[in-house]
Design a protein around this ligand. Structure first.
Ligand SMILES: Nc1nc2c(c(=O)[nH]1)N[C@H]1C(S)=C(S)[C@@H](COP(=O)(O)OP(=O)(O)OC[C@H]3O[C@@H](n4cnc5c(=O)[nH]c(N)nc54)[C@H](O)[C@@H]3O)O[C@H]1N2
Ligand SMILES: Nc1nc2c(c(=O)[nH]1)N[C@H]1C(S)=C(S)[C@@H](COP(=O)(O)OP(=O)(O)OC[C@H]3O[C@@H](n4cnc5c(=O)[nH]c(N)nc54)[C@H](O)[C@@H]3O)O[C@H]1N2
Ligand code: SF4
Ligand SMILES: [Mo]
Length: 732
């Protein structure tokens, strides 16, 4: 017997609606197709979604807790795992205090609100402030700008694509990654291209001629890390020509201050800094400011730089001063169906914890991954001695993976919660099984505010987890109970959980035992917009309203409900950046390394899927012909990339698709995949390019590392020349 389950893909934020055919007897997925009855989200459907079940049946999947014994792992029961971990964590806390327990969680946890809420519950039970997260290698800059401008870290402005006449897209490649970051625009890139065919202007700002840039009307090949200078130049031209307009949907303070900042800069100096000629800056400013409707959006290409926050800020300033905010065809605020402010108060109350060594505050409740290694290895009160890595691969996704790997080896206890043992879990004392999203059902209320059109879908479970495997939230709950520390750090919660379980047993109604659905229902109820049963009764998803404009004002967290466009710290940041010398080639490391994504991989966790990669499973270093010639490198050679922090070997791919002086290596590769059950040798594909990125120099506002303008040099490897020399010798 087969059944069809409608759910959505939880690999990337396109969240494509799916039609999953399951063989019930074997609990196996037979086929995953786009759900064409879904009113909204299926059109981005890609091979990652089509082959998603290959992770659920991964040959190295962990399906029982595994305890480390010497260099091997042996299976254990959950009872044994939880008792041992609880006892060891309590011993660490009793000896060194709660901050001695550290944690990192990665991107896939964001797709499970059930997990996120109980993860917070466990960390609050432990009472640690040493929580690190993936946002610090992703979108923290946008949170910081939102906090300063709108008084709330979680305000995200959603692009209104179908009514937009001019797209200024900075540091994003939606042809590969889809149109999602802190917004979800289903089919967004294809709709941008449709607008372009209908006459709209598309300007892509990227040091590489990405697949998206190649399709855009205009490609501006900015120097890596210098978007702030480009955008400041655009702003200067807009103001100088009087093309700015008074914002109509929001009240704004600080416009004069940004006007002065822009006017004080020298346009030729800015042009030199960003490597874009003056005429292009003037042209872009005119096209953007005089278009009927327009939007500027920046993504990770901007974020992962020393001035990533300033770049994000200036893009938002441009939208505000040309009246593109909360206006049709610009970027609007989507209120969603739950009260995000309430969620923050319940699950992420503003903390006062600061990191011990660098004295940094948390962003959205979490510290920067870049600080984790030092916090583990530097002795003193508050030193981390035990840690969790959940849903993440920080040795590969974060900076200086070698330092973090060494730090993990140094811990008294490392607990990894994942489907598969990857690079970051190498030193784990315990491997705890994860569940695949095809095996979970849940509502993710936070995403309501990220949708281009008001939309909700309850994620259905397609298959059951492997026999005996607990969902992650269940493991977190059991651990807090075993530690005798109250979940969510609130007195009485554990007693309540136990009482609810008794009630469930006595009545024979399992849902009476406390579970994440309680929280999801409560939030929907408190949101007072939708009814739970109306959500769950629509398996194909539900477009429950029309986009609204004008709600941003009400969501502003500043007491006067006014946008603070010119935070003093950002003004000073730009002045500091202008005072720095114009970037030039560094003698030892003359090239700038940037990043890209590819369609077939998701960060570090799909590049081993058999159905995705039939051909070439590796990452390569794109290098301009001039730079290749200077280094004596031919296409296909293996080369060494060297930075101040590390060195890697990759294959060279000579292409004129990037600026001379810029090289590009995709991230997410070079993670070993271990076989703790069978004990066979680990497999690995490609090289971990983040070994080249240091963890000391960060964007000081967002605490994000410099993934996108890392100074490197490229070296030919003698070994790759040998066969050629040998071939010549034989021929003669
Ligand atoms: N140089 C460079 N580095 C980057 C970036 C870049 O652009 N350039 N991008 C950054 C960005 S945007 C991101 S989001 C981060 C990602 O950083 P991370 O989230 O740390 O890394 P991932 O590779 O996504 O690892 C996800 C892990 O979660 C596991 N997993 C997947 N689903 C589940 C599940 O349901 N349950 C459990 N328990 N585990 C699961 C996978 O097996 C995998 O091991 O990388 C960042 N790093
Ligand atoms: N296939 C696939 N899709 C994904 C993901 C994936 O791993 N694989 N990851 C998902 C995640 S977690 C995220 S956060 C999103 C990210 O989505 P995007 O931010 O759109 O990510 P990228 O496709 O890496 O595009 C970044 C672009 O920035 C350019 N760039 C590099 N440095 C600079 C710079 O200094 N300035 C400018 N202006 N541009 C620069 C790069 O050349 C690249 O084309 O994608 C999501 N979608
Ligand atoms: S990975 Fe592919 S199928 Fe899944 S949500 Fe993203 S675009 Fe859609
Ligand atoms: Mo991300």
């Amino acid at each position: 017997m087969t059944k069809t389950v409608n759910t959505y893909c939880r690999i990337c934020l396109a969240n494509c609606g799916l039609d999953v055919t399951v063989d019930e007897a074997s609990n196996r997925v037979l086929e995953i197709k786009p759900d064409r009855e879904n009113p909204y989200t299926w059109r981005d459907f890609c091979r990652k979604g089509k082959t998603a079940h290959e992770v659920a049946t991964h040959p190295q999947r962990i399906t029982t807790p595994m305890r480390r014994v010497g260099d091997r792992y042996v299976p254990a029961t959950y009872g044994e795992a939880i008792a041992d971990i609880a006892a060891r964590l309590n011993a660490v806390i009793d000896r060194d205090g709660p901050d001695a327990v550290g944690s990192y969680h990665g991107n896939p946890m964001g797709f499970s609100f059930a997990t996120t809420s109980f993860w917070t519950g466990l960390l609050d039970a432990i009472g640690t402030g040493n929580r690190f997260w993936v946002g610090s290698v992703d979108q923290n800059n946008a949170h910081i700008v939102a906090e300063e401008l709108y008084g709330s870290e979680l305000v995200a402005l959603i692009p209104d694509i179908d009514d937009c006449d001019c797209f200024l897209l900075v540091g994003m490649d939606p042809a590969q990654s889809k149109f999602n970051w802190l917004e979800n625009n289903p089919g967004g890139w294809n709709r941008v291209l449709a607008r372009q065919r209908a006459g709209a202007d598309v300007i892509m700002v990227d040091p590489r001629r990405s697949e998206s840039a190649a399709k855009a009307k205009t490609h501006v090949a900015v120097l890596p890390g210098q978007d702030w200078a480009f955008l400041l130049g655009v702003l200067q031209v807009v103001f100088a020509n009087g093309w700015d307009r008074t914002p109509t949907a929001i009240d704004v303070d600080g416009i004069d201050a940004v006007k002065r900042l822009a006017a004080d800069a020298d346009l030729d100096d800015l042009a030199t800094r960003c490597g874009v000629d003056r005429a292009t800056i003037e042209d872009v400013a005119e096209r953007f400011a005089t278009a009927r409707t327009a939007m500027c959006i920046s993504h990770t290409g901007v974020a992962h730089n020393e001035h990533g926050t300033l770049g994000e800020w200036l893009g938002q300033v441009l939208n505000v001063v040309t009246d593109r905010v909360d206006r049709p065809g610009g970027r609007r605020y989507e209120r969603g169906y739950v009260d995000i402010g309430q969620i923050m108060k319940l699950f992420a109350p503003a903390g006062t914890h600061r990191t011990r060594l660098r004295d940094n505050p948390p962003i959205v409740g979490f510290h920067a991954l870049a600080e984790m290694a030092d916090e583990i290895t530097t002795p003193g009160p508050g030193q981390i001695r035990a840690a969790f890595v959940a849903f993440g691969n920080p040795v590969v996704s974060g900076p200086d993976g070698a330092a973090l790997d060494a730090a993990f080896a140094d811990l008294d206890l490392l607990v990894a919660i994942d489907l598969v043992q990857r690079e970051s879990h190498r030193h784990a004392d315990w491997l705890i099984p994860g569940t695949h999203w095809l095996e979970r059902e849940e509502l993710s209320p936070l995403y309501g505010g990220l949708q281009e059109r008001p939309y909700v879908q309850y994620a259905q479970r397609a298959i059951d987890p492997p026999a005996g495997v607990l969902e992650e939230w269940e493991f977190f709950t059991e651990l807090a109970l075993a530690m005798k520390r109250n979940l969510f750090g609130k007195p009485g919660v554990n007693a309540f959980v136990k009482a609810s379980r008794v009630a469930a047993r006595v009545t024979g109604r399992p849902k009476l035992a406390m579970n994440p659905e309680w929280i999801q229902r409560l939030l929907v109820l408190m949101g007072r917009r939708l009814k739970w049963r109306d959500i769950v009764s629509r398996p194909h998803g539900w477009l429950y309203g029309e986009p609204e404009y004008g709600n941003l004002s009400g969501a502003i967290g500043h007491p006067d409900k006014r946008v603070r466009l010119a935070p003093e710290a950002f003004l000073a940041g730009v002045r500091d950046a202008l005072a720095q010398p114009v970037p030039g080639a560094d003698g030892d490391y003359p090239l700038l390394l940037v990043n890209k994504r590819i369609r077939e991989a998701m960060n570090s966790w799909l590049n081993e899927s058999p159905g995705l990669f039939q051909l070439d499973r590796t990452n390569a270093c794109e290098v301009h012909p001039d730079d290749a010639a200077a280094a004596g490198i031919a296409d296909g050679d293996t080369v060494r990339l060297v930075s101040e922090t590390g060195a890697i070997e990759v294959r060279a791919q000579v292409t004129d698709g990037l600026r001379p002086g810029v090289v590009c290596v995709p991230h997410g590769w070079g993670s070993r995949i271990f076989d703790p059950v069978g004990g066979t040798a680990p497999t690995t594909y490609g090289a971990n390019r983040n070994l080249l990125v240091g963890n000391a120099k960060l964007d000081r506002f967002s605490q994000t590392p410099i993934f996108n303008s890392t100074a490197v040099r490229i070296e030919a490897l003698p070994s790759t020349k040998l066969p050629m020399a040998a071939a010549v010798a034989t021929a003669s």
